[in-house]
Design a protein around this ligand. Structure first.
Ligand SMILES: NC(=O)c1ccc[n+]([C@@H]2O[C@H](COP(=O)([O-])OP(=O)(O)OC[C@H]3O[C@@H](n4cnc5c(N)ncnc54)[C@H](OP(=O)(O)O)[C@@H]3O)[C@@H](O)[C@H]2O)c1
Length: 229
């Protein structure tokens, strides 16, 4: 049974990843900040006969990430999904530097630390894939509207992290990519987004399933389109 680890699996895109991979027969290590409050994830776990397990993990807590890695030291992880993320949407002149720093801790340092902690488990697996949910908002080439300084910069930095990781982990046969989920109806995307979460995750899973060694270091949308850095 292939294994996937997802961060931020209590709601939104992360929860849908957990549900869809479970429905396809995967073992799901579902991480979220407060499993006791994540009622929908708890229900998915309960109905899964142990195939889905929920684990407390705040991605800014590096000690907790190391602890979880120890817990799963002997579990090969086929697909590691850095999904946890926060917004930090600010206009020029209105910067909230505390929030901006927190966004760096979650959106940029989080994926790096989770990858560093679990790299051996991914290297020991069949699929060997590390995926970070970035955003087209992190594309410098595509930025034609300005603003969103905090969110854009943390996702652009996450892209730089994934690109270096792709090069450095090639020797282990690991494929590392940045993915854009589309504009998705979640708490973050809001009700006016043009994609429902099931469609986005279905597309993301298809892209992840199709990743080959040569795809490492790419920045792809949920529909498989390449996004400019
Ligand atoms: N929705 C969109 O349109 C869109 C577009 C582009 C990219 N993305 C990216 O896709 C990913 C998922 O977004 P979403 O739409 O599902 O957002 P969401 O509905 O706001 O959910 C965010 C998830 O991240 C978790 N999270 C936040 N801070 C965390 C931390 N410190 N440690 C662990 N988990 C944390 C949240 O957990 P709690 O429940 O504990 O808060 C929640 O599960 C994010 O990286 C986001 O930037 C989304």
């Amino acid at each position: 049974m292939p294994v996937v680890l997802v961060t931020g699996a209590g709601r939104g895109i992360g929860l849908e990843f957990a549900r869809q991979y479970a429905a396809e027969g995967w073992r799901v290590i579902a991480c979220c900040r407060k499993p006791q409050a994540a009622t929908e994830l708890a229900k998915t776990a309960k109905d899964s006969n142990g195939q889905v397990t929920a684990h407390a993990l705040d991605v800014v807590d590096h000690r907790a990430i190391d602890q979880l890695s120890k817990e799963f030291a002997r579990t090969p992880i086929d697909v590691l999904i850095n999904n946890a993320g926060i917004g930090a949407n600010q206009k020029f002149g209105e910067s909230n530097y505390e929030l901006w720093q927190e966004a760096f801790r979650v959106n940029t340092l989080g994926p790096m630390k989770v990858a560093e902690a679990f790299v051996q488990q991914v290297a020991a697996s069949g699929e060997k894939k590390i995926v970070t949910l970035s955003s087209i908002m992190g594309s410098i080439g595509d930025n034609k509207l300005g603003s969103y300084y905090g969110y854009r910069s943390t996702k652009a930095a996450a892209n730089a992290v994934m690109r270096s990781m792709a090069i450095d982990l090639k020797r282990l046969g690991i494929v590392a990519v940045a993915l854009h989920p589309g504009w998705v109806k979640t708490d973050m995307g809001g009700p006016h987004a043009n994609l429902d979460v099931a469609t986005s995750v279905k597309g993301l899973r298809r892209v992840i399933a199709g990743l080959k060694r040569d795809d490492t270091g790419r920045f792809l949308s949920y529909d498989g389109q390449e996004i400019s850095w």
